[in-house]
Ligand binder design. Structure first.
Ligand SMILES: Cc1ncc(COP(=O)(O)O)c(C=O)c1O
Length: 304
């Protein structure tokens, strides 16, 4: 990443190289951090942040699940995010707010430590290339199971979920795939290591329910709402691995990936091996929305 611009840390802007944490930071030892991934798009109407209130709401609900008392209000965090983007002078960027238990008391109990909050902007998440999206993603069903929601709240976007996801990602990459698909303890499809998943069959779309132990993705929610306006049926239901192999189309959704087609799973071709028609249609509508070209969805964009 380019080491440039300023990072918002505890209500102050600090130069990129000075945005450091102490080695005894609780979150570094015990993964007690919650974060967000948000995107700002360069549109003809100026720079726009996609679904900012929803991301801030999720950050606060993740914090609550980890008993973190956020030292700022939602309004303060939203304003700080907008200011950080403005200060970055980037017209388009990926925004990473993070709240974490800081240092003071070494030991498992997090709540004795203060909560620090930081907000950074980078040009883009480097691992997501446009080429991969056009070619279609090749996925591997991971041997690592998604952590069960009875073990920790998987609906929180918490750092502690991502050791599990990183194992699956590395497994997939080391075997020559682009991404992993994780199953839950019931053997049902949960999600990708950093995306939600959708399956299309005979024009009908389905996606695993939140009860499958997945992150309530904001892109997932956007796709469901877009589909409704297009009179497309989306059902939230459990998906088996065999449903993946027999699907006409599969796509993944996420802030970084947007809507990306999956064309192969475990070396088996999905549909005709090309990005599906419905996937491409939803992708186009989504790109029109984030580019402020769709009037009905301007409410999803916050101007910078
Ligand atoms: C595990 C996981 N699932 C799903 C998603 C997609 O969520 P969103 O669309 O809110 O980016 C992400 C994105 O960060 C993720 O990490």
């Amino acid at each position: 990443m380019k080491e440039q611009g300023k990072i918002w840390m505890n209500n102050k802007f600090v130069p990129f190289k000075d945005a450091k944490v102490h080695v005894l930071t609780h979150a570094l030892h015990y993964s007690t951090a919650v974060f967000e991934g948000i995107r700002c798009y360069n549109t003809p109407k100026g720079s726009m942040i996609f679904r900012l209130p929803e991301h801030v709401n999720r950050l606060f609900s993740s914090a609550k699940m980890y008993s973190m008392k956020m030292p700022y209000s939602k309004k303060q965090i939203s304003d700080a995010i907008i200011k950080t983007v403005r200060n970055s002078t980037m017209k388009e960027c990926y925004i990473r707010p993070i709240a974490y238990y800081s240092y003071g008391m070494l030991g498992l109990t997090p709540t004795a430590n203060k909560i620090d909050v930081a907000i950074a902007c980078v040009e883009a998440l480097q691992e997501y290339t446009k080429a991969g999206k056009i070619r279609g993603t090749r996925c591997k069903v991971s041997k690592w199971l998604r952590i069960d929601s009875k073990s920790q709240p998987m609906q929180a976007k918490a750092a502690s979920n991502y050791g599990n996801a990183a194992l699956a990602r590395v497994e997939a990459l080391s075997e020559g795939y682009d991404e992993s698909i994780m199953l839950n303890y019931q053997g049902k499809v949960a999600e990708g290591s950093a995306e939600n998943i959708f399956v299309v069959n005979e024009g009908k779309i389905c996606t695993p329910p939140l009860s499958a132990g997945i992150l309530p993705g904001i892109t997932r929610d956007s796709v469901i709402k877009i589909a409704e306006t297009k009179k497309l049926s989306v059902t939230e239901k459990n998906v088996d691995v065999k449903d993946l192999y027999s699907a006409d189309e599969i796509f993944m959704t996420g802030t970084a990936s947007e809507i990306k087609p999956v064309t192969e799973i475990n070396n088996k071709t999905i549909g005709n091996g090309k990005p599906g028609k419905l996937t491409l249609k939803l992708h186009k509508v989504f790109m029109d929305i984030v580019s402020a070209r769709d009037k009905r969805f301007l409410k999803w964009l916050t101007p910078v």
